[in-house]
Every structure is written in C-alpha cells, then in structure tokens.
Design a protein around this ligand. Structure first.
Ligand SMILES: [Ca+2]
Ligand SMILES: [Ca+2]
Length: 167
C-alpha cells in the first residue's frame, strides 16, 4: 500500500484523482494528467442578471411616462437567430440594481465558439422598444475551467450569465 501512495505523490492529476499512479479525470477533462478541457456539446444559460445599464438614453430619460427609468429585459442573439427574448420585464428599473431573468427552459447554446450578443431593451407601451445596449461574447473558452457564471460589460451595461455545461 505504501508503494501506491508513493506513485500518486509524484503524479499531478490537475482536474482528476490519482489511483495507483493513474489519473481519473473529472467530467470535462481528459489527458493523462487531466489538464485538457473537453469541449462541451452545448452550454445552457440558466440565468441572466442585468447588473447595470446606462441611466439615460444619451441626454434624455428612457421614458416620459410611468417613471423615467428603463423597463428592462434581455435578448440573446447569435448571428441572425434570436435564441431568447424575455417575455417579462422590470418596470422603471434602477440603473445600478441587479435584475434576474430565469429562462425556462434554459437557453441552449450550440455554436459555443461563435460570437453571441446579449442585448438589453427598454420596453415601451406606445412605440418600439428602446435599445439600451449590447455586449458581444463567446460562450466557450478552452482554458478557463468552466466557470459557473461570467460577468460581461460594455460601458455602463453589465450582465452576469450563469452557465451549465453539457458534454
Ligand atoms: Ca422608452
Ligand atoms: Ca419604457
């Protein structure tokens, strides 16, 4: 038994466990020392949180009625495909508070190495919704260790996405 322990004491399994000198990798990793990320089949976005957005639409307020702040909701776009368009929005949202959207079902991303855009709009009752801003991002990074969430920002717009990985 002491030999087994010695073999593993010199084996670095990074993202796995060692048994008798052999690495057994955790889900999402491969290679003899479990240091290579396996590209997921898809990534699910389980939650979108708007953490901040521009306080005004340039020099004017977002709205003239029902409070001057934006009534925010997000969209997720990849190429010409709208993958998510929230059916609910937060009325008269504070530009510095957090607002959570929980897509049901979760948003499934298949082109995980392609650029996506998260957009935020101001819902308006009497004319077209105002575009608040957008952030471009690539969902998958082959060396960042599968983060459970990621904060993206572009100017005053700040969004946190929660991820689930499907192998
Ligand atoms: Ca408006
Ligand atoms: Ca509005």
């Amino acid at each position: 038994m002491s030999c087994t322990e010695d073999v593993c004491s010199t084996t670095d399994c990074n993202n796995g466990t060692c048994d008798n000198g052999t690495c057994y990798c955790f889900e999402g990793y491969e290679g003899s020392s479990c240091n290579i990320q396996v590209k997921p089949k898809s990534i699910l976005i389980t939650k979108i949180e708007v953490l901040g957005f521009p306080a005004t639409d340039g020099t004017v307020t977002w709205d003239l009625f029902g409070g001057s702040n934006a009534d925010i909701y997000p969209k997720l776009i990849q190429g010409s495909n709208t993958l998510y368009n929230s059916s609910s929005y937060y009325t008269d949202a504070s530009p510095t508070s957090a607002y959570a959207f929980n897509p049901n079902p979760s948003i499934e991303l298949n082109a995980i190495t392609s650029s996506h855009r998260i957009q935020v709009y101001d819902h308006d009752d009497f004319d077209a919704d105002d575009f608040v801003g957008e952030i471009a991002f690539v969902p998958y990074n082959d060396s960042n260790g599968f983060p459970a969430n990621e904060i993206l920002s572009n100017g005053d717009l700040k969004v946190r996405l929660s991820y689930q990985y499907i192998w």
